[in-house]
Design a protein around this ligand. Sequence first.
Ligand code: NAD
Ligand SMILES: O=C(O)C(=O)C[C@@H](O)[C@H](O)[C@H](O)COP(=O)(O)O
Ligand code: ZN
Length: 358
Amino acid sequence: MLSLQVDLGQRSYPIHIGVDLIDRGDLIAAHVAGPSAVIVTNTTVGPHYAGRLEAALRAVGKQVSTIVLPDGEQFKHWETLNLIFDALLAGRADRKTTLLALGGGVVGDMTGFAAATYMRGVPFVQVPTTLLAQVDSSVGGKTGINHPLGKNMIGAFYQPEAVFADVGTLATLPSREISAGIAEIIKTAAVADAGFVDWVEDALPDLLRGDTDTLAEAVRRSCEVKARVVAEDERESGLRAILNLGHTFGHAIEAGLGYGEWLHGEAVGCGMVMAADLSARLGLLADADGDRLRRLVEAAGLPSRAPKLGEDRYIELMQGDKKAEGGDIRFVLLKSLGEAVITRVPEDELRATLATTS
Ligand SMILES: NC(=O)c1ccc[n+]([C@@H]2O[C@H](COP(=O)([O-])OP(=O)(O)OC[C@H]3O[C@@H](n4cnc5c(N)ncnc54)[C@H](O)[C@@H]3O)[C@@H](O)[C@H]2O)c1
Ligand SMILES: O=C(O)C(=O)C[C@@H](O)[C@H](O)[C@H](O)COP(=O)(O)O
Ligand SMILES: [Zn+2]
């Protein structure tokens, strides 16, 4: 096992990365202050892993119950969130109850938001089981749900007590989901670490075949970058927005097609290619670097051609982006593979990118 730290003063927390961590009741229970824990999972992950996590916590004397949510991005909304509240209230969960998010980013984002708001805040622990959740969503405290008009539009910044990234759980993850996780790895590298981009290119075959050591190294390197950015700008008043590379386009694709049609990682992969096109068009990024990013996205098994939603529809959806100010869309663009910049963009250049990439 190896460990990193997210430095946020009194709200600092560890990220543990290793194999079979969900069996480590001793380590996990150290972040369950009261006598009770409630595992929140879904119908796919629960049958694989909830029993092991329950047994591990009971073995160290914790009372444990489990809430099972429907599976899918299309269920990341109010009604599903309410299922968590219904079960917590029916089970008389109190303020000392710790929630454990066992699953991918959807379970993690909803469990975190439930923890932020149940009785005005109870502790929660992230136990991410997708590559995407281990490299990105379990870290940093962005929690929330989708709205038909926009992605992650209702939520809270609320940090977990700890993150346990058990890379052994990735053995049951479908290959399409591995590719989706690689999209966020590429993003993290592209905005902050040129050496990491080189590493991802070399490691890609091993990542795609699910080699445990390579996956663990990708989780470590990604979390190292994310922890650094979050420690500097927890609430995205500036720097943290670089972690949104590809998301302005990507969120428009997700909402425009209907949540769950494309995976979040697929939309981000394609969104990065669109952002690179726009960066090159504005003279910020060399064409060769844009091509290199597109080749990496495609080699990772991700789409690089955007769906045809129509230019006006894309623009309408992107105007609702959380980075927009007074209706002006702000984009995370690239100056090189390893350095990002956040800027407004002339509409004709944006339309040119939409026309050529979709
Ligand atoms: N909070 C953040 O900072 C942040 C960052 C990135 C993404 N996100 C959010 O995360 C979500 C995407 O997360 P995701 O890609 O993990 O999707 P997901 O949570 O939908 O999980 C993907 C699929 O894999 C299944 N699954 C999970 N673990 C498994 C395992 N070990 N074995 C077999 N199947 C498994 C899930 O049930 C689901 O069907 C999006 O809603 C996105 O907005 C949030
Ligand atoms: O942690 C962040 O900050 C990110 O932007 C990470 C993204 O990968 C993630 O998809 C996040 O949920 C997007 O945030 P949003 O504020 O644009 O909804
Ligand atoms: Zn993302």
